[in-house]
Design a protein around this ligand. Sequence first.
Ligand code: FUL
Length: 487
Amino acid sequence: MFKRRSTYLQQFLWLTFLFLACTKEVPPPAPVGPIPSSQQVDWHELEYYAFVHFNMNTFTDIEWGLGGKSPELFNPTELDTRQWARVAKEAGMKAIILTAKHHDGFSLWPSEFTEHSVKNSPWREGKGDVIKELAAACKEYGLKLGLYLSPWDRNHADYGKPKYITYYRNQLKELLTNYGDVFELWVDGANGGDGYYGGANEVRNVDRTTYYDWDSTFALAKSLQPRMVTFSDGGPEVRWVGNERGFANATNWAPLRRDEFAPGVADSKQLGTGHIDGTHWVPAECDVSIRPGWYYHKSQDDEVKSLEHLLDIYYKSVGRNANLLLNLSVDRRGLAHENDVTALMELREALDDTFANNLAKGKTVKASADRGKGYDAQNVLDGDISTYWATDDEVLNGSLEVDFWEETSLNRLVLQEYISLGQRVKSFKVEAMVEGNYEVIANETTIGYKRILRLPDTKTNKLRLTILDSKACPTISNIEVYNTEEF
Ligand code: FUL
C-alpha cells in the first residue's frame, strides 16, 4: 500500500516537473552588437520603393546642371504626381523619394529662401508646388514620401561660405515641416566643384567632413521628423551600398563602423559589405536607375533595363539584406515614361509569379535543438516575422529541417533573421535530401533582415538549413521556399 502511494506521488511530482518545465517562460536571447531602432525596423520592411529624378535637368537634357539655368525652362506640360503614385503602387513599391533639389539648386517647391524655384517658372503660372502635389498623391495611394535635398548647390551665391548652411537648414525646415510625414531624407555625397554660384562661375570646394556640421544638421532634421530615417554615404541611419548598379555584396552586414564615414567621404568598397564589428546599425540601400541616366533623356528611351537585369538587381538588393530604391526618370511631360512603366510591371508580374506559392507553408520543420517554449522551430513557418526559432545562448550553430512530405521541385529560398536582437548569422549552408542523403546546394555567409537565394533546380522531400557560425545564438524568424521558371 505504502509502495503504491509512493509511486503515485513520484508520478505526480514527475508530471508537475514536466508541466512546469514545458510552460516555464524562457527569457529571450540578449541582443548582440548594434540593434535597429524601431524606425529602422519599419524601414527594412519597406524593401522596395521608387526614386524619382525630375527637376531642371529634365528640361536641359543633362545629368548635373551647373546652376545657372533660368526657371523659365521648367515647364512640364502634363505633370501628374498621381500617375507616379499609381505606377509605384501597381509596381508593388512602398514609397517615392523625389529630388526636391538636385545639385543645380532648382527647388521643386516655392521656397521662401530662393528665387531659383518653381515659383518663377511658367508651370502652373508660378503657383505650383511639386512636393505638395506628390505628398497628396502618396497619401491617396498609401505610399510613403521621401525627399532628396542636395547639400551641394551650384546655384547659390553663398555656397562654400558659412551662410549657406543656414540656407540649407532653412530649406530642410520647409521640407520637413510643410508636407506631412517624410519617411527618409536622402543626402547625396556629391559636394563642391565648379558652378554658377550666383554668377561667380567658379570652382568652390568644401571640407566635406566639417562644412555642413552634419551632426547638428541631422539632429535638426530628426527633431522635425522623429520617425524619419536619414540616408547618406555612411548613414547615420541608412547607408549607401557603394555603387549605383543596385547590388549589395553577398556578405552584407547592417552594422557599420559609422564614425569612419561622412557624406561624400566614403570608401565605397566597404559599404557593400558593412562591418561584422560595426558599431551602429546602418543598413544598406541600393539606388539604381531603370535607365542608364538618372534624369530623363529621350535618347535613352530604348535603354530601359530588361526584366532579366531588373530581377538580378532585385535578388542582389532585397535578396541580400538591402532595400531597393529604383529610379524612374520622369519625362518632360511630367509623367513616368511608358517604357519605364512597362518594365516595372513586367518586374512586378515576375516577382508575383515567383513568390506566389510558398511550398513550406503548412509543412513541418524540426530543429536540432531549441531554446524552449516560445522559440521552437515551427515559428519559422508561421508567416509571422515577430516569432523566431532560437537556440540556447551558448549554442552558436544548429539546423532546421523542413519536411515537404513529398517530392517537391524548388529553386528559391527566403530566409530572415529576427533583427531586433541584432544581425547574428556569419555562415550557413543549405542541403537537399536526394535519394536518402543530404547534398549541399548552397554555402553562404550572412542573412540579416532578408536573404533570398536562387538555388539550382532541385527535387527533394526535405531541405535542411544549417547555421554554421553565428555571433550569438541564431534567431531565425522566417523560411519560405518557392519554385519558379522566371530568371
Ligand atoms: C549621385 C548624384 O550625383 C546623381 O546625380 C544622382 O542624384 C544619384 C542618385 O546620386 O551621387
